[in-house]
Design a protein around this ligand. Sequence first.
Ligand SMILES: [Zn+2]
Length: 133
Amino acid sequence: MPSLTNTDIDRFRERLSKRREELRWLIHDALIASKRQDYIELAGSVHDAGEESVAELLVDMSLTKLDREVDELRDVEAALTRIANEVYGRCVSCGDDIDRERLDAYPTAKRCLTCQTKYETDKRGGRDATPSL
Ligand SMILES: [Zn+2]
């Protein structure tokens, strides 16, 4: 992570952890509010997950109302994993550093702007190949 200092990384980790906590509570409360037994059981796992990813548990359920939160949680968890693996701030496609400004605006960014733009164009073109849930 050449362009980010340890202090930067700590700051991003803190910011992302805080957001993960917020999202987990939000999802937890919504699951409880559903009054469905299976969702309520799931709520316990969401709350007690610690460093484990819970977004994967949730994507298989059709929690339409929570789609946005689950998507964001997945991004936040992935970003925290990249911090743990010491690859945070590096584009997953080309390996270049992601602009600092971009990370400040989108701490979960995993691609540089060039690759992200290309990725989104490709995704639109190849929608049939990669069904998105
Ligand atoms: Zn790139």
